[in-house]
Design a protein around this ligand. Structure first.
Ligand SMILES: *Cc1c(COP(=O)(O)O)cnc(C)c1O
Length: 371
């Protein structure tokens, strides 16, 4: 699914030099590299504050902690996604309110959000799934109308650009009150361990989140709020600072692979290619097709026999997961998410896919087209 080895080989000298610098400094935590990477990422994203943290899940948790919500407050988030979003909501004693997604884009359905808003709703956490921004214009309008916070889960979408109807452009994660991303190795900007970051243009929230991420401490050993310990270490920052320079090239390589897949499957009634939203660029964290009239298990097996991995993101929607089942949902809820879980398949997608590999993958995928 990913080829981190080939990617590393191409930038080995720069990466090794960056890591060596940290080793020589022995400033493993809060070293110079962290500050440098933070500034460079702020410039790339054109956002006022980047707060580096330990991972993407921490980023989401710290973001929600900064909003001053009370137990029982409701946070709306999609049911078709990775679990982290709903998890941190639940961990904080807030109530996750899951909603359905759009069949074409896989992203949170604005209509579903509208129906889920109650007097207890305090925030919406859209996930820009697979690398494409959710419908932020409508979500921000809705949030404004109902006085809700918007925390973007941009763990899969860093570098994706959204264009509002007035022509204004914004980077993924920099449109809501707060944005969160992950630098997990397989993410579009991945480090060599765990890492994450929070984005915001709001000075007050930025200050709060820096304090929360640092044991609730502004002045050393004086704890004003309950915090956590979450930081990006210097070695990861060194890796990320090198890779950030290549992020646009990496996005291009992913798009090239996606274009190749698109062409190969175009017009095939049994394989629906991922829809591209007119408002958002796509950075293809995943290339996910929908199968119709092809047995997914059979296809996965055929591909596996040829040495091609293909993964199901995600097999079970969150509202049907044991940990998140509640009386709030009834059978038949969220039909789109349920259907997607049954028909999606993600093909290999990374920065190092060669033309030959793409040809092989698409040929093997099409073997079953008449099955
Ligand atoms: C990866 C991911 C996360 C969590 O990031 P970690 O760094 O693994 O904690 C959260 N949300 C989404 C949508 C993700 O893809």
């Amino acid at each position: 699914m990913v080829d981190l080895k080939s990617q590393y080989q191409k930038i080995k000298e720069e990466i090794n030099a960056g890591i060596q610098e940290v080793l020589d400094s022995t400033a493993f935590v809060k070293g110079r590299k962290v500050g440098i990477f933070q500034k460079n990422l702020e410039n790339y994203l054109n956002v006022k504050h980047v707060i580096p943290v330990g991972n993407g899940t921490d980023a989401l948790q710290i973001a929600l902690m900064a909003l001053g919500l009370k137990p029982g407050d409701e946070v709306i988030t999609p049911t078709f996604t990775f679990v982290a979003t709903a998890e941190v909501v639940a961990l904080l004693g807030l109530t996750p309110v899951l909603v359905d997604v759009d069949f074409d884009t896989f992203n949170i359905s604005v209509e579903s959000v509208k129906k889920a808003i109650t007097p207890k709703t305090k925030a919406i956490v859209p996930v820009h799934l697979f690398g494409q921004n959710a419908d932020m214009e409508e979500l921000m309008q809705l949030a404004k109308q109902h006085n809700l916070y918007v925390v973007e889960d941009a763990c899969q979408s860093i570098g994706s650009v959204y264009t509002f109807s007035n022509g204004q452009k914004a980077q993924s994660g920099c449109m809501g009150d707060i944005g969160c991303t992950s630098f997990f190795p397989s993410k579009n900007l991945g480090c060599y361990g765990d890492g994450g970051a929070i984005f915001t243009n709001n000075d007050e929230l930025a200050k709060k989140m820096r304090v929360i991420a640092n044991h609730g401490m502004d002045v050393r050993y004086y704890h004003d709020v309950v915090g956590v310990n979450s930081r990006l270490d210097s070695i990861q920052a060194a890796v990320l600072d090198v890779k950030l320079k290549y992020l646009d090239d990496y996005i291009k390589a992913r798009r090239h692979a996606a274009d190749y897949y698109d062409k190969a499957f175009a017009g095939n009634p049994k394989i629906t290619i991922p829809a591209r939203s007119p408002e958002s660029t796509h950075v293809f964290h995943q290339y996910t097709v929908k199968l119709n009239g092809i047995d997914r298990n059979d296809l996965q097996k055929v591909l596996a026999q040829k040495g091609i991995p293909a993964m199901i993101y995600y097999p079970v929607p969150l509202h049907l997961q044991k940990a998140y089942k509640t009386d709030r949902y009834k059978s038949g809820d969220f039909p789109v998410a349920v259907q997607l879980c049954e028909c999606v398949l993600s093909l290999p997608m990374h920065t190092e896919l060669e033309e030959e590999q793409l040809e092989f993958i698409t040929e093997c995928t099409l073997i079953l087209k008449n099955a």
